[in-house]
Design a protein around this ligand. Structure first.
Ligand SMILES: [Zn+2]
Length: 257
């Protein structure tokens, strides 16, 4: 392998790595978006549950109201019966007894009417709250729909981008020597199998050496190592982070990123 070809190879490998790192970040985004969509929908489901609970509360209140009204109607029938009996009784005693029964019904009615008033106020309050909740749910649904559509578009865009990057990487791949390619793939694979490794993989296997600094660990490359790397005769690694160094050539012939 001539000097130029190693330099060329490092340049190609670096470009391949750039596509791969972009692919990695695309895939990470693609993984988080479905969670974001699920969260949005969970919010709507919760609001709908609140609305159902409020509706049930209103139904209960209205049921109680109906029951009290039925009591009033029953009392009215009963009162009518007592009045009719009063017309036919012959003793004062019997008449007074019926009068007391009617008075008892009157008191019951008064209580029922008070209760109905309270229940009506309660119904009004619940109806207002329900209308408010309904508005909220509708707004939330609209917002969720819009945001979900945006996120789905984002997914679509990312998938397109991912396909493009994959095509680009496929074009680079055959130009890189197999041993170097294999070494790169082994390194990436071993990092991507663990979560902490995946974070490290984001800085890549190939580190640029610019202004004498390793782009991966930000530590100055030892002068001897730098000199060695600039010859492009063999693969040189950063002594601190162990990345493969692709250093800026002493004389720029191949464009350096
Ligand atoms: Zn380093």
């Amino acid at each position: 392998m001539s000097n130029e070809s190693l330099q060329q190879q490092l340049s190609l490998l670096y470009q391949l790595q750039e596509r791969d790192l972009e692919l990695l970040s695309i895939h990470q985004k693609l993984q988080t978006i479905p969670h974001q969509i699920a969260e949005l929908n969970a919010g709507v489901v919760q609001s709908e549950k609140d609305m159902t609970a409020k509706s049930a509360e209103l139904a209960e209140t209205e049921k109680a109201q109906r029951a009290k009204n039925a009591d009033l109607e029953m009392n009215a029938v009963q009162r009518e019966k007592y009045r009719n009996e009063q017309r036919i009784v012959t003793s004062n005693e019997a008449y007074s007894a019926l009068e007391r029964q009617i008075e008892f019904l009157d008191r019951e009615d008064e209580e029922a009417e008070d209760t109905i008033l309270v229940l009506m106020e309660e119904s009004d309050r619940l109806k207002e709250e329900l209308a408010e909740l309904e508005g909220e749910v509708n707004r939330e649904k609209e917002k969720t729909d819009t945001e979900t559509k945006q996120l789905q578009q984002e997914i679509h865009g990312l998938e397109t981008e991912s396909a493009e990057k994959l095509d680009e990487r496929k074009a680079f791949l055959p130009k890189i020597n197999k041993p170097l390619r294999d070494e790169y793939h082994r390194w990436m694979k071993s990092r991507l199998t663990s979560k902490s490794g995946a974070a490290r993989a984001q800085t890549g296997f190939v580190a640029l050496g610019k202004n004498g600094i390793c782009s991966s660990c930000r530590i100055a490359i030892q002068p001897q190592t730098l000199k060695e790397a600039q010859k492009y005769q063999k693969q040189v690694y950063c002594s601190s982070c162990k990345r493969l160094l692709y250093v800026e050539p002493a004389t720029p012939d191949i464009p350096f990123p």
